[in-house]
Design a protein around this ligand. Structure first.
Ligand SMILES: [Zn+2]
Length: 337
C-alpha cells in the first residue's frame, strides 16, 4: 500500500476529512441549478479557495469539486462530453493545494451518483454505469488524485459498478452511502447490509462509511451499526451539520460549530477513523472539529441516548438493522415507553 491515504492511516488513529462542497460554493456565489464542476474551468481560483479553506481548518483529506462530474449528471447542463476534463481539472487544482503544504494532505477525487436508476428497476445498465464511472476515474487520476472517493450512494448496484470501474482505472478508493430514509438508504440498504456488501467486493475500498443523510445523530447511529457488524476496514463518518431547514427560501443547517465538535469526538468514540462533515459544514465547523479531536480524550462507545442528548433526536425510532432484541433499540424503546 503506497498511496497517500494508506500511509496516513498507518501513522494516525483519526483523520479529519473536509466539510460541504455545495454549501461553501453557494457562499461564494454559485447559484442553485448551476453545475459546480463548470467552476473548475471558469473560476479555478474559487476552487483553490474551497480546498484551501478545508486544509487551513485542519483537514487531512479534502474532496475534489467533481461530485456531479460524471457524464450522466453533466448531461443536464449540456456538458456530458467534459466529464473527464472537468474531473481532471478538479484534481489538478487539488494537487497544487495539497503539494503546497508541509504536511501530508490527501486529494480525494469525489465521485457522486449518476442520478439515474440502475437496472433492473431503472434504465441504466451495469455496463454503462461502469463506463461512466471509469471515464470520471481516469480524469481524476490524470489530475493527480491520491484516491477516489465515492459518496452519497443509495443503490448497492451503483456502488458495485463504481468499485469495478475504479479497478479498471487502477485507483485505490473509499466509498460512502447516504442513509437518509429511517436509517436506510433510499434503496433500502441498512448499515449491516453495507458491511456485508463491502466485504464481498472483488475490489474493496480502503475505507467505507456514511455521508450526508439526515442529521449528525442519525449518521452516528449508522456508524454504530457498522461497528456492531464487525467492520474490519476504517469507517468514514461525514455527517451533515445538523438538520436542513428552510429559512427565508434557503436551506439552512442548524448545527453549530460546537455541535459538530461534539459530533466529531462522538464519531471517533463510535468507531469512525475518518471524520468530516457534509452539507452545511463550513471551515468554522471544521476548525472546532479539529480542535476537539486533537484535545479531547477518547471515550467509551456512546449509547444512542448519549448521542441524542448531545446532538439531538433521531429522525426515526429504529435504523432497520437487527432484530427486535437489539440492545440499543430496546433501551430506546423503554425510555420512550
Ligand atoms: Zn450532504
Amino acid at each position: 500500500m503506497t498511496n497517500a491515504l494508506s500511509k496516513l492511516l498507518q501513522t494516525r488513529d483519526w483523520l479529519l476529512a473536509d466539510g460541504a462542497t455545495g454549501t461553501n460554493l453557494f457562499n461564494m456565489g454559485l447559484e442553485s441549478g448551476d453545475a459546480p464542476e463548470l467552476w473548475n474551468d471558469m473560476h479555478p481560483e474559487r476552487i483553490t479557495k474551497l480546498y484551501s479553506m478545508a486544509v487551513d481548518a485542519g483537514s487531512d483529506i479534502f474532496l475534489t469539486n467533481s461530485f456531479g462530474g460524471n457524464a450522466a449528471r453533466l448531461k443536464l447542463h449540456g456538458a456530458e462530453k467534459r466529464a473527464r476534463e472537468l474531473s481532471r481539472i478538479s484534481a489538478e487544482i487539488g494537487r497544487d493545494v495539497a503539494d503546497s503544504r508541509d504536511r501530508p494532505i490527501v486529494v480525494a477525487g469525489s465521485v457522486g451518483p449518476t442520478g439515474e436508476i440502475m437496472a433492473p428497476m431503472g434504465a441504466l445498465t451495469h455496463e454503462l454505469a461502469v463506463e461512466i464511472f471509469h471515464e470520471q476515474a481516469d480524469g481524476l487520476k490524470e489530475g493527480g488524485a491520491d484516491v477516489l472517493w465515492l459518496e452519497t450512494i443509495s443503490a448497492p448496484e451503483e456502488y458495485k459498478a463504481a468499485a469495478e470501474a475504479f479497478e479498471l482505472a487502477g485507483m485505490p478508493w473509499c466509498g460512502t452511502m447516504s442513509f437518509d430514509t429511517a436509517g436506510r438508504t433510499m434503496m433500502g440498504m441498512t448499515s449491516a447490509d453495507m458491511v456485508n456488501m463491502v466485504d464481498g467486493l472483488a475490489n474493496p475500498p480502503l475505507a467505507f462509511g456514511a455521508n450526508c443523510g439526515v442529521g449528525a445523530s442519525d449518521l452516528l447511529r449508522t456508524v454504530l451499526g457498522f461497528a456492531a457488524q464487525g467492520a474490519e476496514r476504517p469507517i468514514i463518518a461525514k455527517g451533515n451539520a445538523g438538520i436542513p431547514k428552510y429559512v427565508d427560501g434557503h436551506i439552512h443547517y442548524d448545527g453549530t460549530p460546537d455541535l459538530m465538535a461534539d459530533y466529531a469526538v462522538l464519531a471517533r468514540d463510535c468507531g469512525a477513523t475518518i471524520i468530516g462533515g457534509c452539507c452545511g459544514t463550513t471551515p468554522e465547523h471544521l476548525e472546532k472539529m479539529h480542535a476537539a479531536l486533537t484535545t479531547r480524550p477518547r471515550g467509551e462507545r456512546p449509547t444512542l441516548e448519549q448521542i441524542a442528548e448531545a446532538l439531538g433526536p433521531f429522525s426515526s425510532a429504529a435504523d432497520g438493522t437487527g432484530d427486535e432484541d437489539d440492545a440499543p433499540k430496546r433501551r430506546t424503546r423503554r425510555r420512550r415507553g
